[in-house]
Design a protein around this ligand. Sequence first.
Ligand SMILES: NC(=O)N[C@@H](CC(=O)O)C(=O)O
Ligand SMILES: [Zn+2]
Ligand SMILES: [Zn+2]
Length: 340
Amino acid sequence: MTDRLILRRPDDWHVHLRDGAMLAHVAPWTARQFARAIVMPNLSPPVTTVAEGVAYRERIRAAVPAGLDFTPLIVAYLTDRTDPGEMARGHAEGVFTAAKLYPAHATTGSAHGVTDIANIMPVLETMQAIGMPLLIHGEVTDADVDIFDREAVFIDRTLAPLVTRFPALRIVFEHITTAEAAQFVADAPATVAATITPQHLHINRNAMLVGGIRPHAYCLPVAKREHHRLAVRAAATSGSPKFFLGTDSAPHAVHTKEAACGCAGIFNAPFALESYATAFDEDGALDKFEGFASEHGPRFYGLPLNEGTVTLERGAVMVPDRIGEVVPFHAGETLGWRLA
Ligand SMILES: NC(=O)N[C@@H](CC(=O)O)C(=O)O
Ligand SMILES: [Zn+2]
Ligand SMILES: [Zn+2]
C-alpha cells in the first residue's frame, strides 16, 4: 500500500478566485496547492477586455503570499459583442490563455454571457485560427429543460455541432457531471477535453437533498444521480489524457448560500488535492493521479509541465466547519490524505 505520493506540481484548470476581500481570502489556498490556475472571468463586471485581464492578473498576484510560486492564467469572458480582434490581441500578448463561453443565465455571474452561439461565430473562427482554447459551461438554459438534463441536452444542441463546425478549435467541456458528457468527450476528437471537480467525484444529488436541504453541496452543474457520479469518476481515473483536474472552487459567503435563494458554488480549494487523492485511492487508481493532476492539462493547453513536486501522505486531515466566511467542501469530515 502506497503511503506517500510524490507528484509533479499540479495545476488547477478551473477556479474562481473572485475579487477584493474574497480574492485576498481564497487565493492563498489555491496558490499553496497549485503552480498555475485557469482563473475564471465571471466577476462583476466580467473580464472582457485585455486591459481588464491585465488589471485582474495584477490583483491576483498581489493577493498571493510572497514566496509562493503561482501563476494565474487569465480567461476572457465571451459576450454577444466580443470583438475577435480583442481576443487575438489578448492571446498574442500572453494575457488571455483562453476564452470562456457562459450561456447567458446558466450559472453564477453569467448574466452578460452569450444569448445565442450564432453571435460568436466570428470570434470562434479567430480562436480556432490562432489556437486559443474555448472553455465552456455546458448547460442549456431553456425553461422547458429540466435542470438535471441541461448538460446532456447541451451536448446534442450545442457542443456536438460546434465540434463538427470547428474541427481544429480546442474545447474544454468544464466541470462535467454526467455519463453522457464523459462518453461524449471520450469519443470526441483529440481537440475536446474535460475538467472534473472533486465534488462530482464524491457526491451525488442525495448529498444535497436527503435529510434536509444542504446548500453547501449545491453547485452548477448540479450533482446528478449515482450512476453519473460513477461514470465521471471512471473517466477521471481512466488515465485518458482528455480528462484533467479543474476544481471549480467557487466561494460564496455563508449567508449567500444559506438563504431562500442560495448561490451555486462549492469552495473546495483548501483541501482539493486531498479530496481528489482520497477518491483516486478509493478506486485503486493512485497511479493515474499524476497524469490527471499534473500532465493532461498542460499537454492539452500546449503549456510546459511544471518542474518540482508536491508530496501527499496517507493520514487524517480534518476539514474545518468554516474558513472565514466560507464553508469548505467536506466541512467537518476527515480525509485520508494530507499535503506534506
Ligand atoms: N460552479 C458554480 O456553481 N458556480 C460558479 C460558476 C460556474 O462555474 O458555473 C461560481 O462562479 O460561483
Ligand atoms: Zn460553470
Ligand atoms: Zn466554475
